[in-house]
Design a protein around this ligand. Sequence first.
Ligand code: NAD
Ligand code: DAU
Length: 340
Amino acid sequence: MARKKVLVTGGAGFIGGNFVQYMVNKYPDYDIYNLDLLTYAGDLTKHKEIEKKDNYHFVKADIADRDAISALFEKEKFDYVTHFAAESHVDRSITDPEIFVVTNVLGTQVLLDAAKAVGGVTKFVHVSTDEVYGELDFDPTTFFTENTPLQPNSPYSASKASSDMLVRAYHKTFGLPINITRCSNNYGPYQFPEKLIPLTISRVLNDQKIPVYGDGKNIRDWLHILDHCAAIDLVLHEGANGEVYNVGGHNERTNLEVVKTIISILGKSEDFIEFVTDRLGHDKRYAINPTKLEALGWKPTYSFESGIAQTIQWYLDNKGWWEEIISGEYQNYFEKHYAL
Ligand code: NAD
Ligand code: DAU
């Protein structure tokens, strides 16, 4: 049987990077193509252990570069596309929305066009987010389902919702085989330290203040990255054509609870917590109902307690990785954004 070719866009980032490693190791008979522009969020050093493997390939390209993407699809004739590449940080979308439209909307449309033109793609999985549904209030009995209307509140989530609509339209209009996944907040190894959990871990370890937005009572629903990777693998192979799947593990925590948990595991003082000006348009609460995905056979393997302990240990063991990132461009961003 011919080897399957899987395109993973954004495979130098946090989730795409973990997914590339998961796929390269799990499917030696698949060729995994990591396509990434290597923006500030992309980093290939994480792939040292797999880059010598025959089934791993890297292509540097911009998903919004129509010529480059068409040529790549023509040449490789992918069987599967898993699309992670995006601008992903809400705060950056508030200060500089345009790149979010270019990458997340136009970039997705360029990929869809290439898949449609070349043909042969048996599944295009678009990795989206629960943020497209907007926010929930604090009533713990309410959840996002796949039928919740899209009401994005940030430029980031608006760009992701737009890309979701395009993916749906290419399925309905042109018959492209697709799935859309909408996952809650991920955490785990290799997350860029601009996001709450790695930001908190790295700053606590450096005895620095932890900036908590507003009163810290906003709620997120946390999922370990490897549970997300398993969900996408399952949807890629078993997802019903054209369907949307929510991904989440029922791990709701306030931001303050998350920060205090990390401080406590690291044996530091809560005096490091500093309440700072709230994020503009800050969504109150996200919470996922994952019943539809569970019916396919998925269930999370990490509790928040086991996942956060594993993640903190990983950041302790891999200080070199995040220290190098913090010392680069990110430092300028941090100083401009927080003025702590
Ligand atoms: P990330 O910011 O860590 O990584 C994004 C990757 O995309 C980087 O490697 C970057 O270099 C690459 N990229 C950016 N622009 C590109 C372009 N124009 N062409 C090619 N590559 C480009 O993001 P992440 O947290 O890993 O998120 C990945 C995907 O998952 C995103 O689509 C995001 O919306 C979605 N998602 C994220 C979360 C989360 O909690 N992080 C949750 C649900 C869904
Ligand atoms: O829900 C899925 C989404 O989760 C993904 O689509 C996004 O790509 C991903 O970035 C994430 O978005 P959030 O905005 O929820 O994640 P972030 O880590 O930026 O923030 C988590 C919560 O912590 C949020 O309520 C804001 C708060 N926060 C964040 C930062 C960076 C703080 O209180 N202080 C901070 O410094």
